[in-house]
Design a protein around this ligand. Sequence first.
Ligand SMILES: Nc1nc2c(c(=O)[nH]1)N[C@H]1C(S)=C(S)[C@@H](COP(=O)(O)O)O[C@H]1N2
Ligand SMILES: [Mo]
Length: 208
Amino acid sequence: MVAAGSLALLGLSVGQTIGGATRSSALLAPRGQERGKGLADFPVNKTAAEAGIGEVGDGWRLELKGAASPGMSSSGMSSPGMSLSRAQLLALPQYTTRLPIACVEGWSTGVQTWTGVRLADLAALVGAAPGASLFVESLQRGGGFGSATLSPGQVGAPDALLALRVNGADLTADHGFPARVVVPALPGVHNTKWVARMTFRPAAVALP
Ligand SMILES: Nc1nc2c(c(=O)[nH]1)N[C@H]1C(S)=C(S)[C@@H](COP(=O)(O)O)O[C@H]1N2
Ligand SMILES: [Mo]
């Protein structure tokens, strides 16, 4: 009786383990998942803790650097740039876009509603030349995903945002608080989280 009972219990727990493992290895399952966060409860590629991001407080500033067009600046030096608090970013015109983030690993966040500042507006603010590309750097140190480059077309896309909010609430830490990039039609890896610095670079000059 005891043996049969243990066997039955074993069968039960094996069943549950298999169920759990099957769920977490499902094709569309992300590596990590944020739970119990209501509207922000959608897949996460890497959590803030995994990326080594501590709590980001009021001291955070977005460092923005522009670059005059090569023809206008013989030195080719970038403009001094500016730094913006989250409150200052929220005071700029806000745009909302409904976009999924699709990871090359084969899962997607599904369509979420992102709100923030247009990349194009940030480019204009810092005096970047038309046609500039954008180099985005995260607070994250190390790891392959701490920076990304966006083409001039992506910078100019009306749906390309530095997102501050998602689904009507501030970004959660795991989705990139205080600010993250969202761009349409690019692999998820371009949607840099925990943004620290954005550098607009002049369009490449064709050599003779
Ligand atoms: N700084 C940073 N940004 C990042 C990543 C990362 O590991 N570090 N992962 C990227 C990848 S591969 C994907 S698919 C998306 C996923 O966004 P999510 O975690 O909000 O779902 O974030 C991107 N941005
Ligand atoms: Mo990804």
